[in-house]
Ligand binder design. Sequence first.
Ligand code: SF4
Length: 191
Amino acid sequence: MFEKLKNEIEKCRDCEEKFGFEPHPIFWGKQNSKIVQISQAPSNNVHHSLKPFTDMSGKTLKYEWYQITDEEFYNQDNFYIGALAHCYPGKDKKGNDRNPPKCCFTKWVEQELKMIDNQLYIIIGAKAAKTFFPEKDYEELIFRNQTWNHKMAIVLPHPSPLNKKWLKDHPDFMNKRIIEVRKIIKEIIKD
Ligand code: SF4
């Protein structure tokens, strides 16, 4: 069932007309990955590399925040690397990445989340946080462990270089919170 779903996602081109180019669905993970990580959408770099977080955000997330190797991060026993949408959505008129198409979450991601037998969710960025915890304050979410689908959930700010101001304004994130998060991740992936 899960392999069938994965193959269908990889073939999906539903947003081609909306994007104005051929979508490249990125799929990374297994049904029993220990940690499900959900961010906003792949970047332009990832659209070409076809491997998630092979960009500046990825460097910050993997090496500075999690402090794990590529072998650990891309080991599909450890991480299921998903997003609100599987494809890079292109740029808007101002040159910013467009919002992830909502149809992807309802058509694919909700099904994936129901089928994966994980231990922990990591939700990255304000848009993903709003999707999973629509009633809660973003900053409160980041500084406390949460629960989603009866499992532990951690909310992180986006590691994008565009988010430097938020990190500067919230020094407790790098000084305290990310150290707690790192310990939880290392404990889960050590087996
Ligand atoms: S973003 Fe999702 S729905 Fe749109 S083409 Fe990619 S896989 Fe299909």
